[in-house]
Design a protein around this ligand. Sequence first.
Ligand code: ATP
Ligand code: MG
Length: 225
Amino acid sequence: MTQPVIDVQNVTRELKLGNHTVHALRGVSLQIFPAEMVAIIGPSGSGKSTLLGIMGGLDSPTHGKLLIDGVDITRMNEDRLTEIRNEKIGFIFQFFNLIPTLTALENVALPIQFARQRRFNPQQRAKELLKLFGLADRAHHLPSQLSGGQQQRVAIARALANNPPLLLADEPTGNLDRESGEIVMKALQEIRETSGTTIILVTHDPGLAAQMDRTLQIVDGEVYQ
Ligand SMILES: Nc1ncnc2c1ncn2[C@@H]1O[C@H](COP(=O)(O)OP(=O)(O)OP(=O)(O)O)[C@@H](O)[C@H]1O
Ligand SMILES: [Mg+2]
């Protein structure tokens, strides 16, 4: 049987808020397989971002395990984990996190410049990605000179800069109109087809979820498949 890219095993995440405990995830188990496109849907506060952060090794479970390509990352030291994140994972944050002093092109090129093994020409690859996301004419704009939806597309391009096998996207089309949303979906499908990228995407948009292979629903920290 194919090995899952992501194997979430009975994960809980408890967060302390003063002397109150928030149960953001209550025993989640699921598997994601290579080149799958999976949507995660659910109400605000249900645990979607928390789950995505744990899948990407940005946050740790309180209990349970997370395996990436069969390797338990919950027992890994920070250096090795950082390496895995850099090699394998592209992360698109809910709030884009672009660097305000760098242009769109420079933001996308940055992860390529930082990669340990450089596989692409930073300028050239950044240009191609911006074009793919319909931003060829915005390459030299600063984030403050871009609309919210354009910034979001720059963040997507940046997450794909090093062609990661796994893309985790937290509401990547949340600020996009229908047309830009379609550009992004088409681009992601093309990337999955050409590179075999596994894509996990949090969304509030049922239309978008319907275009994925499968949808996971999360309600109050529990996942329904
Ligand atoms: N740092 C934190 N400290 C305490 N509680 C937190 C923290 N971060 C998140 N939470 C709580 O954990 C729960 C899950 O939050 P999460 O951000 O995963 O929700 P979400 O499904 O992504 O929501 P949204 O659709 O609004 O982005 C919420 O009840 C939230 O209030
Ligand atoms: Mg969220």
